[in-house]
Design a protein. Structure first.
Length: 254
C-alpha cells in the first residue's frame, strides 16, 4: 500500500515500483533548491506523497538547556566516515583556534576513518583541542549534550532526518549544521541554530567562531526554540496517529 523511505538514493531505486502512497521522513531541502519531495509529487502525480518525521521518546530527553554547560566545549555525535563531514570540521577548527585557543571538540562515535582523523588532528597540532571518545551509550550521551556549548552536524551527504538533531533540540542545545538535506530543513524550521556550507573551510570556521561569540541569552533562546519544536514535531503519539491516518486512507482507497 505504501512505502516509508528515508533518503534520495532509496527513492530513485524504489519509486517506480512503489504503491500509491509514499512516506518520507524529510522534505530533503538542499540550500535554495526546491524540496525533493515536492518535485517528486509533480513527477508522479498518481502517487500520494507524505512527509512524516520520525519520533523521539521525549520523556527520555528532558530539557536541560544551559544550566551546566562549559563554554567553548563543542560536540560531534555520529559515525566517523567521510560522508559525515568530520574531516571538514577538524580542518575548519584549525582556523577557529587562532581566536579561541582553548576550545575543545568532543567526538562521540566510531568508524573506519578514525585513525585517519587522529592523524589529521596530529598533523594540524590540534591534539589538545580534539578528543575522541569512542562509542557512547544512550544513557551517557545526555551528559555530553548537557555540558556542551553547542552541537555540530557537518554532514556533506544528504542526511534525511538526523537523530542527533532530534536529541539536541529536545535537550535544548544550539545546533550548527550543514546547509543540505535534513540538517538544513530541521535547523531552519525549528530556529534552533544555524547552517553553513561545510565544504568551505573558512566559512565553516567563521560560523563556528561567530556562534562561540554569541551572547549567552541568544544561545539559550535558540535552544528553547529547539525544545518547543521537538515537543511539537517529534512527539511519539502524534507520529503514531499520523501514520495510522495515512494507513487508513490507503485501506479506504484499496
Amino acid at each position: 500500500m505504501f512505502e516509508i523511505l528515508g533518503g534520495e538514493s532509496a527513492e530513485l531505486r524504489l519509486i517506480e515500483n512503489s504503491n500509491d502512497k509514499i512516506v518520507f521522513y524529510t522534505e530533503l531541502h538542499c540550500g535554495d533548491v526546491k524540496p525533493f519531495v515536492i518535485n517528486l509529487s509533480k513527477k508522479y502525480p498518481d502517487k500520494k506523497v507524505y512527509v512524516l518525521r520520525n519520533f523521539l521518546e521525549l520523556e527520555k530527553y528532558p530539557y536541560i538547556g544551559y544550566d551546566n554547560y562549559v563554554k567553548g566545549e563543542l560536540l560531534y555525535v555520529g559515525g566517523l566516515g567521510k560522508h559525515k563531514g568530520i574531516f571538514q570540521l577538524i580542518k575548519s577548527l584549525r582556523y577557529v583556534v587562532d581566536k579561541y585557543p582553548n576550545i575543545k571538540l568532543n567526538i562521540a562515535g566510531k568508524g573506519n576513518e578514525e585513525n585517519n582523523l587522529k592523524n589529521l588532528v596530529k598533523s594540524l597540532n590540534l591534539e589538545k583541542n580534539v578528543k575522541f571518545l569512542g562509542f557512547i551509550p544512550n544513557d551517557k550521551i545526555k551528559e555530553l549534550y548537557a555540558k556542551s556549548h553547542f552541537v555540530i552536524i557537518p554532514s556533506i551527504w544528504l542526511e534525511n532526518s538526523p537523530y542527533v538533531i532530534y536529541e539536541s533540540t529536545a535537550i535544548g542545545k544550539y545546533v550548527l549544521g550543514s546547509d543540505r538535506g535534513g540538517c538544513y530543513e530541521l535547523i531552519t524550521e525549528s530556529d534552533c541554530g544555524s547552517v553553513v556550507n561545510v565544504l568551505d573551510y573558512k566559512k565553516f570556521a567563521n560560523e563556528i567562531t561567530r556562534v562561540l561569540g554569541l551572547d549567552e541569552n541568544e544561545v539559550i533562546k535558540k535552544g528553547k526554540n529547539g525544545r518547543k519544536f521537538a515537543e511539537k514535531e517529534f512527539d511519539k503519539e502524534k507520529h503514531i496517529e499520523e501514520l495510522i491516518e495515512i494507513y487508513n486512507k490507503g485501506q479506504q482507497r484499496s
